[in-house]
Design a protein around this ligand. Sequence first.
Ligand SMILES: *Cc1c(COP(=O)(O)O)cnc(C)c1O
Length: 388
Amino acid sequence: MTTNALMPTYARLPVTFVKGEGAILWDNEGKSYLDALAGIAVCNIGHARREVAEAICEQAHTLVHTSNLYNIPNQAALGEKLCALSGMEQVFIANSGAEANEAAIKLARFYGNQKGVALPTIVVMSNAFHGRTLATVTATGNPKAQAGFAPLVQGFIRVEYGNADAVAALDDPNIVAVLVEPIQGEGGIRIPDADYLPRLRALCDERGWLLMLDEIQAGLCRTGKWFAFQHSGIKPDVMTLAKALGNGMPIGACLVAGKATGLFGPGNHGSTFGGNPLACRAALTVLEVMEREQLAERAVEMGDYLLAGFKTSLAEVKGVKAIRGKGLMLGIELERECGELVKQALAQGLLINVTAGNVIRLLPPLVLSKAQADQIITTVTGLVTAFK
Ligand SMILES: *Cc1c(COP(=O)(O)O)cnc(C)c1O
């Protein structure tokens, strides 16, 4: 059903899904689709997971919401679990990715103001995506997302993504933090060199800046580790999560360690819904399933399989510029804009996405089967081959 009652903020595809299971969705005419996008890296453990459905149901029948005026055991348990998995020390629970990043941005400013910095400034990257609130859209490196929203928020400096020298060259006493995605998602599945994060870590240590990693898309087993920073042997001062944390239940988190720990006290930040018993119960269940089913390992296995498959199947195909991936975060960059492939894939029962204009983005559920991976390779290869 379409309606004029909604602000037309999304260019929606003409399809209506009514049911899901694992990596499959069904539309309102009974047609099935293989989902190679997972609601943009959200449904990592598959659609309509029984464990999450049961946990949500039970919690909804018991207690949905109280308030952060009181203790919330599920929130405390989720905080402990996230710290144990990441090595971070404290967590603030929010409702979305943008809100988790807002917490990180406020934290960096708080840190800077405590140090007596005149205009606390955060270094952000070209092609970054951090959300749609005013501060996070300012941090986002996409002029289209920012167009029409002047005046944007002050206190950000942008440099080229993947270029640690560009960060090293900055000489501004107002800088207090670097905010960066370990792998850029919306920006086109850009994977920086292996020494990028270690070099940013060293620079931040040297200069007393906070290293803030936006793991909202890359985190939670997608790249083959619980968190993408764990590939590089460093630890951030601040990390943000959202997308897959609730497998579709809205929840986000801002985690801190080291010099970012203990900054916020009572009254410094808050949220009415953030960390309520229902959302935290869903997230706890998601983490349990990821752990029990070893979905990080599965992401490596299936990601390597897809990457190798595409490198073979697309080897001789004209117009393919690059094929890259880490775990189940994959991008196929074409030489020209290819947005129309999304509709063509949909017609063939496959959900994909095109980002940055010319990059086919694949973010399937981590529970994908080999047969489903083969179907993705066959369909995408066919579409790219026919794309002239
Ligand atoms: C999706 C995303 C966000 C924004 O999350 P919302 O929940 O849509 O606010 C921020 N950063 C990254 C890297 C993302 O992929």
